[in-house]
Design a protein around this ligand. Structure first.
Ligand code: NDP
Length: 326
């Protein structure tokens, strides 16, 4: 075994997923499948304040400073549907620049392995269900966020090109909807769970009805950020492929937005009236993804039960209301 220490750089490491990886490295046993490599690992969680990864010189300076042996690349321009629809070129260009620079710097610095983070948005709009890893390039993504989707999709192309031309061990993860502590709880521009948690919290505080947008019928798979963090570390240590892997709960764990809202009501302890605003758009009815590749590698991985994970996320939000992104 090499005696040199591992330096794991996590660009974009101050958000929802990065905070969960930080948590898991401190709580899982060292040397376990989901824990640090060794006690003396150096895990570096970067924010945009450490440098703008759209800029190659700043990116190279970060890699020169830390000399990483491994990279979990989470940095991205992310946003809700409205922002994605309005700023397609910005989402395309910023994400392409960030990905191009991080992967080039990783190659130039001889990084042993890179895991980049994609999203289920990369999949074609018209696709057969359940979605699996072989579908990534089989048709155009949904028109609402094609800038973001293509920016992410090309990471898979880069990974294969880096591997074939330079022998690099670069791969990617495709998580489904993520939630957990340190999420973005903004009321206007957030994902469904943190947005509804914040709304329900305010309804309880103000004694007003809790209004949920849409019909409640769409189905989604949700992964707890701390489960995802364990899977990222496993992937960094053991996953042997260049092709991406979907990191998700199973198809049987898909739940309706109505069930999500009911669980939130319970977790927040809200006792008022729940109303549905069916004038608001529902989005895609479902985007069921298969986790059978993950199950082939990790048949026994235990996902945290949804209600337990949700309670932990709500408790974090309530305790950190002043410093949470709202
Ligand atoms: P967050 O928005 O919480 O975090 C994004 C991170 O990227 C932050 O650390 C941010 O830094 C950094 N960043 C953004 N732009 C730049 C830049 N130009 N230079 C340097 N750093 C930058 O995202 P999440 O934790 O939610 O997402 C992490 C990854 O997971 C992303 O790649 C995202 O696409 C992917 N993903 C997320 C899903 C979700 O449900 N949240 C679902 C599927 C995939 P700062 O805070 O300083 O701006």
């Amino acid at each position: 075994m090499s005696s040199s220490k591992n330096v794991i750089l996590v660009p974009g490491g101050t958000g929802l997923v990065g905070a969960a990886i930080d948590y898991v490295t401190q709580h899982e046993p060292v040397g376990s499948r989901y824990g640090k490599f060794a006690e003396d690992d150096q895990w570096v969680f970067l924010s945009s304040k450490d440098g703008d990864l759209r800029d190659l010189a700043q990116t190279m300076a970060i890699f020169e400073k830390y000399k990483p042996t491994h990279v979990i690349h989470l940095a991205a321009l992310v946003g809700g549907l409205f922002k994605n629809m309005k700023y397609k070129l910005t989402f395309l260009r910023d994400n392409l620049l960030i990905n191009d620079n991080v992967l080039w710097a990783s190659k130039e610095h001889g990084v042993k392995k890179v895991i980049s983070c994609l999203s289920t948005c990369v999949f074609p709009d018209k696709v057969s269900y359940p979605i699996d890893e072989s579908h990534v390039h089989l048709g155009p993504p949904h028109s609402s966020n094609f800038g973001y989707a293509h920016g992410k999709r090309l990471v898979d192309v880069y990974n294969h090109a880096y591997n074939e031309e330079f022998g690099c061990n670069f791969t990617a993860a495709i998580p489904t909807n993520i939630f957990g502590p340190h999420d973005n709880y903004d009321l206007e521009d957030s994902h469904v769970i943190p947005g509804l948690v914040h709304k329900c919290y305010l309804a309880k505080k103000n004694g007003t009805p809790f209004t949920v947008s849409g019909s409640g019928t769409p189905l989604r798979q949700f992964i707890y950020s701390r489960d995802l963090a364990k899977l990222f570390i496993w992937q960094l240590k053991e996953y042997p492929e260049i092709d991406p892997i979907i990191l998700s709960v199973g198809e049987e764990d898909e739940i309706t937005i109505k069930q999500v809202a009911e669980s939130i009501v319970k977790a927040v302890g809200f006792q008022g009236e729940v109303t549905w605003d069916s004038s608001k758009a529902d989005g895609q009815y479902k985007k069921t993804a298969s986790n059978s590749k993950l199950r082939k590698y990790l048949p026994d991985f235990q996902f945290t039960p949804f209600d337990v994970a949700l309670q932990e996320s709500v408790d974090w939000f309530v305790q950190n209301y002043d410093k949470a992104r709202t």
